[in-house]
Design a protein around this ligand. Sequence first.
Ligand code: SAM
Length: 210
Amino acid sequence: MKLDPNAVQKKLFPATTMPDPAWWHTLWPHPEGVIRALGIRPGMTVVDLCCGDGYFTAPLAALVEGKVYAVDLDSAMLERARAEVERIDASVKQWICVDARDLSRLVPEAVDFVLIANTFHGIPDKTAMARGVRAVLKPGGRFGIVNWHQLPREQTVILGQPRGPKTEMRMSPEQVQDVVESVGFELEQFVQFPPFHYGAVFRRKEEKDA
Ligand SMILES: C[S@@+](CC[C@H](N)C(=O)[O-])C[C@H]1O[C@@H](n2cnc3c(N)ncnc32)[C@H](O)[C@@H]1O
């Protein structure tokens, strides 16, 4: 069943529209390097949450040999992502067209890694989202968030224009850490993705770790 486009629009997180490919590709010339720097390795099963047009999904699918669940609420994005994955002759396990908030009901197995790139800033209830992510991870699984640095928007200029979410929506690494660690994760590493981004990788904590 296809969702009504207006209903989809209403459910999308604020300020999470897929950027124009011209400046996105200029900003992220090596998407596979980003995925590797976050600690994603062959053999892992990964959820690409809010995957958009597949800019990170395609190299991810190649790296983990298809063990990817690609999730987005916008079916047009999933179609573009599917075309990109096919273009590089890779595959994903499942395309899942749902609201990310329903993740834990819809991913059919526990996974090693959940990636959310360029979207966390817009999620209204970030704590609930992190809890939902925890529920789909295997014990000791990782949650990786790629975010814009907390710089004024007028300073994040790409191809001659300020880009990215409004200044007031941007989060520092420490703010992300506070949210995610409050629901049973511990920080594994921060990674820098110059010029304007960082990654934060968390490990799912178990009771025996306490
Ligand atoms: C800024 S794009 C980022 C795409 C990709 N992760 C990247 O970094 O290239 C954000 C994506 O999140 C999706 N999205 C927004 N709200 C969502 C929701 N509630 N559930 C699932 N996907 C959502 C949008 O459709 C869009 O494709």
